[in-house]
Design a protein. Structure first.
Length: 314
């Protein structure tokens, strides 16, 4: 029998874990031809999440867990889960029940038809503000234009990955991770399932606007160097205009004897050029910072406990 790992990154989700388990069990029972592993990745929770997971494991041996030494972030928690997942296929689902577990049966069916990456695409997003929806749509449109790979729009991490997709992702050990782009980058045979996303059942979202902005910058800097090229082209364009303007000023002064314009125009040009330079340096700094982090070659995560036992860190 094939084994399917349901990978659940978890951080302070004590209010929803029992509900999640209650909705996953009927899905598992609907697919009796498979062995299931419910694999929780506890990403530094400070509430009772790990206690609840351990209690569930005592009553169901299909549950396993990996407890990280601290909060490393969801992107790192997912690669940690992929490193230890035992399934022939891995299904990634959030614990907050915004992604309906009932889609898992359909994902498995498409997997058996030969698809390697079956992902859920949101048709609607209940519980999210219009500002978040609009900015998300604008960001993905921008990223798709800048990147040379087909970025999936309105998709999250809820998907089924065949073992060969998992092995491909495990080879990508960069510290600055944008997994949504990695799913697209590895390729393979993909299938989309549209669905309506529900609001969170309980608790608060971990994705405030600051973290979403960081993730957006991560996506752009991880999968395209277009901002660097735009910065260079814009600098070349401004320099060209500045050179033409300089020739104009010198020629007008020599031929017509007109005086050079004074302080206001000079300050305007200086401030404009300074702003362009700072913007360009900021873009370069974003890329350079990521190069710096990658060159340190630190482990992606440390493990505190794996299924009740201390484990050697990777």
């Amino acid at each position: 029998m094939k084994t399917i790992t349901i990978l659940i990154p978890t951080c302070n989700e004590e209010d929803v874990l029992h509900h999640l388990y209650g909705r996953l069990i009927p899905v598992i029972n609907q697919n009796p031809g498979y062995l299931f592993e419910l694999f929780f990745i506890n990403d530094g929770s400070t509430d009772q999440s790990i206690k609840i997971i351990k209690e569930l494991r005592e009553s169901d041996n299909r549950i396993s867990y990996l407890e990280l030494s601290r909060n490393f972030g969801k992107e790192t928690a997912m690669i940690a889960g992929l490193d230890y997942a035992r399934g022939d296929a891995v299904i990634i689902i959030d614990a907050d029940l915004q992604d309906p577990p009932e889609l898992i049966s359909e994902m498995i069916r498409y997997w058996e038809e030969g698809y390697d990456d079956i992902f859920a695409k949101r048709k609607s997003r209940e519980g999210e503000s219009w500002l978040k929806i609009c900015t998300s749509s604008a960001y993905y449109k921008l990223l798709k234009k800048l990147s040379r790979i087909p970025i999936q729009e309105d998709t999250g991490d809820f998907r089924l990955l065949d073992r060969r997709c998992v092995e491909a992702l495990k080879q990508m050990r960069e510290a600055q991770r944008y997994t949504k782009g990695m799913f697209s980058w590895i390729g393979y045979n993909k299938k989309e399932i549209p669905f309506d996303r529900d609001p969170r059942m309980a608790g608060k979202t971990k994705w405030n606007y600051r973290r979403l902005f960081d993730l957006a910058i991560e996506g752009i800097t991880s999968f395209t160097t277009t901002p660097l090229r735009i910065s260079s082209l814009f600098g070349l364009l401004v320099s060209g205009f500045a050179f033409i303007y300089m020739i104009w000023i010198i020629g007008k002064t020599l031929i017509f004897g007109e005086s050079v314009m004074g302080y206001p125009s000079l300050m305007t040009v200086i401030l404009f050029m300074g702003g362009i330079q700072l913007l360009s340096m900021g873009i370069i700094g974003e890329y350079l910072g990521r190069v710096f982090n990658e060159t340190k070659k630190r482990p992606l995560y440390f493990i505190d406990e794996y299924n009740g036992e201390k484990e050697r860190n990777r």
